[in-house]
Design a protein around this ligand. Structure first.
Ligand SMILES: Nc1ncnc2c1ncn2[C@@H]1O[C@H](COP(=O)(O)OP(=O)(O)O)[C@@H](O)[C@H]1O
Ligand SMILES: CC(C)(COP(=O)(O)O)[C@@H](O)C(=O)NCCC(=O)O
Ligand SMILES: [K+]
Length: 258
């Protein structure tokens, strides 16, 4: 079986694949303080609780946008799974042609998403990943990765408001029934959720126009990431939510590099 790690700045999402089948996935906090053994205990426990034998793992693929976690994570993988992790980065076969000024600069998660979406949808795409940051990526029909935009994630924006405004409380990210709200919590929820949906629609609409100039057909808009569900229902430009896009991309990258 294959174990994949999607290391983001807030969460690490793990997936266990048996061939093309995602057997199980887990979400743990990204902490740079954990040692290899501490990560080992957490991951082995997850396998045991799920009734899976971690010794059945034959390969591990890692996508990370958190460099200073990698020493412990790779050490854990070697020590507990006895395999050399395949780490997504320059030199790895992806089938994606990165048209960034400096291709090495693009977050691995963004490329992994592009690999999955290109493989699944086989058409021009805009991928929106709602995580610590929200990323927007334009991908051509033939797998050209044009780049896109990066904005503070919705939770960061919401936490910043709480931290910087004395009288504003920390809020739960829940959609209020109306935009015009009559109490502080719902007013904040209205501003962050409906406001963010507008941000998404504005950026996607402008990206679509630029992709037209790049002679790409009307792109299909796919959302992923922990916070996608929250916004996608309010957005008028998101066509589909695919929560497992990044994990799928890691599986596909394994197949391309085995
Ligand atoms: N199913 C869910 N429902 C609501 N929030 C979620 C869910 N899954 C993850 N989250 C939240 O999404 C955020 C992390 O999303 P994620 O895409 O993993 O971020 P990153 O990749 O930047 O670490 C966290 O705030 C987490 O609590
Ligand atoms: C923008 C990101 C922080 C998003 O990562 P995440 O929200 O998943 O933690 C990550 O893709 C990244 O570090 N990118 C490098 C810069 C770039 O893509 O241009
Ligand atoms: K992410």
């Amino acid at each position: 079986m294959l174990l994949v790690f999607d290391v983001g700045n807030t969460n690490i999402v793990l997936g266990v694949y048996d061939g093309k089948k995602l057997v199980i996935d887990w979400r743990i906090a990204t902490t740079t303080q954990r040692t290899a053994d501490e990560y080992g205990i957490v991951v082995i426990n997850l396998f045991e609780k799920a009734g899976l034998n971690y010794k059945d793992i034959e390969a591990v693929v890692v996508s990370s946008v958190v460099p200073n976690i990698m020493y412990s994570l790779e050490h854990m993988i070697r020590k507990y799974f006895n395999v050399e992790p395949l780490v997504v980065g320059p030199g790895i076969k992806t089938g994606i042609n990165i048209k960034y000024d400096n291709p090495k600069e693009v977050g691995a998660d963004r490329i992994v998403n592009a690999v999955a979406a290109h493989d699944i949808y086989k058409r021009s795409l805009i991928i929106v990943d709602f995580g610590t940051a929200t990323t927007f990526c334009a991908v051509g029909k033939n797998g050209d990765y044009y780049g896109g935009a990066i904005t503070p994630g919705i939770k960061i924006a919401s936490d910043a408001l709480f931290e910087r405004a004395a009288k504003l409380p920390r809020i739960e990210l829940v959609k209020p029934p109306t935009v015009i709200c009559k109490n502080t919590v719902q007013s904040m929820q209205s501003g962050i959720i409906y406001g963010y949906a507008g941000l998404v629609d504005n950026i996607v609409t402008k990206m679509k126009k630029e992709m037209e100039q790049l002679k790409e057909e009307e792109p299909f808009v796919v959302a992923t990431g922990g916070l996608a569900k929250l916004i996608a229902t309010e957005s008028s430009t998101i066509d589909e939510i695919n929560p497992y896009l990044t994990l799928e991309g890691l599986r596909i990258i394994y197949e391309k590099n085995r």
